[in-house]
Design a protein around this ligand. Sequence first.
Ligand code: ARG
Length: 581
Amino acid sequence: MTLLQDLESRLAAALAIAMGEPASAAVTAATDLRFGDYQTNAAMVLAKQRKTNPRALAQEIIDHLDLADLATADIAGPGFINFRILPTAYAARVAALIRDERLGVPATGEGKTVVVDFSAPNVAKPMHVGHIRSTIIGDSLARIARFLGFKVIADNHIGDWGTQFGMIIYGWNHFLNEAALTQNPIAELVRIYRKVNAATLADPAVLEDCKAELVKLQSGDANNLAIWQKCIDVSKAGLQKIYDRLDVKFDFWHGESYYNDHLAGIVAEFLETGIARESNGAVCIFSGDSKPQEEDPFKVHKEDGWTDNPAIIRKADGGFLYATTDLATLQFRIDEWHADYIWYVVGVPQQLHFRQLFDAAARWGKTADFQHIAFGSILGDDRKLMKTRSGDNVGLIEVLEEAVERAAQAIAGKNPDLQGDEAARVAEIVGIGAVKFAELSQGRLTDYVFSWDRMLALHGDTAPYLQYSHVRIRSIFRKLDAPFDASAAEIHLTEPAEIHLARLLVRFGEVLPTILEEFRPNLLANYVLELARAFHSYFEACPVLKAEESARSSRLALCELTSRTLKQGLYLLGIDVPERM
Ligand code: ARG
């Protein structure tokens, strides 16, 4: 039970007596520590219902509250009840956390299965910043859910069956450079894709040839299938390298092509059940007419009022679409994986697609908690969509390379002792951590401005600052002659700075579950920053190694718990910590 839950259950007991019937109310962390650690507006809410005086009711609640050994309570303003946790209660909590592998984090997801659909780049097209955001946010959410006890299935739904393959096969036959393909498969596929694209613009006959290649592929032509398979294999190998660097893992790579055999059946079923019908030769899903028009994803408002906004699931030429594969994918995840939740970490531009998908799924009788976890774009210094100098979208690899290179320079300047392999390893951890933290510390829906200097700064809201904080704590332990056993220490908290550090350590288990309420890893990013800052203030105000026993052991134990919590928090953001830097 977290501290907050403990307060809530004691409050519920007091409310039951004061109100003469079962009642409960929420307790929240106080926004201003001058008034206490936690607060509730229970008295104000209940007094309104009962038409009594809120301050008087607050007093009555407090009179019935058993806060022994935990906190004191007082009334503020119009009837808030503020709780101040006793230092001894924080000390007891800290002692318990030291013995707790889970650092006080409740297993709220136990028994539930969540599929996290993230990254999902398209084969033979460059991975752009949208995929960077999806990869980093999705991986963090998957880690957090796993730590909260969910059964997490990370699925990379790559775009491996699009119309781009008509062009790729044409390019493969006309422009392929085998050596370049071995060297850097993703770049070579992108190169031939671009070359063919340009050729189709110059000569419409090429476009016809590409379409013919696509039809051959889709009808099972052995030669084209072999080329397609080769493209998939080299692309996956190239992507895997990126994921290894990022330490991102998938349980499955069920791309669009995985569902090819399911599509015709689904379209037939949709026609049969009337969820879809034919329109100009195509098969389309129309409105189910059960929602107000402004909430109906199959309706759109044009100048002359509301009109249909159908989703095509089979084209007039028989081809299937993105929506069709997504229906098949969703069915598979529910029927085969028994998903309770499906989280799609995909950019804002696909909002309509997902609203239509979820609406159609519900009418189809496929139920799970579906979430489109959208995000905004990454902007360059000029506040326009981030591009490279040549005007292309910036690729993930380029961003990582540059981050690591810049981190290497910064580290060489700060700590010339680090050399060779170790320096390279630290640069990798710091550079990649910086990119991830810059991403995750933003509200995911805001467009954020990408700035190398800001993300790599040692002082500021950055990964290097957090990693450095961790290094600093570990260095305390390197100075000891004998290994330190934190679980044997008695915890005493007297100084305000150490009480504040304890307060934050205890909150870890309260903060984590709230991240999944609105899928906001930035709450965790803020938490670890606050924790690191609290540690530095503590370390300045409270001597640790030079303190007398038993303060020394107590303070060392706080350091130990801080380093574990910081490391775990960063791990959940996908960020590693070096031993030295
Ligand atoms: N490949 C798609 C894209 O790059 C993203 C796929 C997201 N997942 C899904 N189930 N639709 O835009």
